[in-house]
Design a protein around this ligand. Structure first.
Ligand code: NDP
Length: 250
């Protein structure tokens, strides 16, 4: 077992790129031992080089739900504890409503929702033993208002918001805070692809973002660090928009 010297241990799914990488960067800069999870070994190794000694890459395809209990056990046997879980890994799929197959719908739901439930359930079993922990889900503007052509993604993220509230009321009395961050439009591979292929959508995004520009992954990193920290000890059950005002934009 690693000697963590009573320090904090976090898991960030999808921590090898984009928003997850920025969250892992904030955590490691603050000396939080941070397990980053993904499928692509090269991506994780590159992130490890960037983040340094507090970063621990681990491979797991979270859409393979049957592997999750053993994966969390592996983390526990290495570190002995998990203080913070950030359920960040996610996929998007942009397609006309009637073109989406059942398999495609299910694939998004499995990665963005079922895995979040399964990972949280396994982590909570350990957090309950210590009577403390913080869980942060990554939601989306797709759960705040209607976005066309992302039906499965919207369904998954809206369910995440409901799960945040249900988990918070059940787990907060036992010392586990559960919150979500709803990023607005943040500059990552995911949004670059979605917006560059659709100039009209890009125009709409900027048109209703009062701050007038896209957010950076580090903006979400700052919010996650806050929610994970003792500074947020009385905050649970919230879905925090970090969106330059997009969710309230006219
Ligand atoms: P990226 O595509 O840059 O990163 C997604 C990460 O998730 C990758 O590191 C990928 O790693 C990992 N991942 C995907 N599927 C799996 C899987 N089956 N098992 C393990 N890891 C997986 O996306 P973003 O950084 O943009 O998005 C991160 C989160 O933020 C998502 O939940 C997204 O919905 C949300 N979000 C993003 C917004 C934005 O503007 N960018 C806006 C609102 C929400 P690997 O390839 O190694 O598997």
């Amino acid at each position: 077992m690693e000697n963590t010297n009573q320090q904090q241990v976090a898991i960030v799914t999808g921590g090898g790129s984009g928003i997850g990488l920025a969250i892992a960067e904030k955590f490691t800069q603050n000396k939080i031992h941070t397990v980053i999870v993904g499928r692509d070994e090269k991506k994780l190794e590159k992130a490890k080089k960037q983040l340094g000694e507090y970063c621990y890459p681990m491979i797991c395809d979270i859409s393979n739900l049957a592997c999750i209990p053993a994966f969390i056990e592996k983390v526990i046997s290495k570190f002995g504890q998990i203080d913070t879980l950030v359920n960040n890994a996610g996929i998007n799929m942009k397609k006309e409503f009637i073109e989406v197959t059942d398999e495609e719908f299910q694939r998004v739901i499995t990665t963005n929702l079922c895995s979040v439930f399964a990972i949280s359930r396994e982590v909570v079993k350990h957090m309950l033993k210590r009577g403390s922990g913080s869980i942060i889900h990554i939601s989306s503007m797709a759960a705040q208002y209607g976005l066309p052509k992302v039906i499965a993604y919207s369904a998954s993220k809206t369910a995440i918001d409901g799960m945040t509230r249900a988990m918070a009321v059940e787990l907060s009395p036992k010392g586990i805070r559960v919150n979500a961050i709803a990023p607005g439009f943040i500059e990552t591979d995911m949004t670059a692809k979605a917006l560059n292929e659709d100039p009209e959508r890009k125009q709409k995004v900027f048109g209703r973002t009062p701050m007038g520009y896209m957010g950076k992954p580090r903006d979400i990193g700052e919010a996650a660090l806050f929610l994970a920290s003792d500074a947020a000890r009385y905050i649970t059950g919230v879905v925090l928009p970090v969106d330059g005002g997009n969710s309230v934009g006219f």
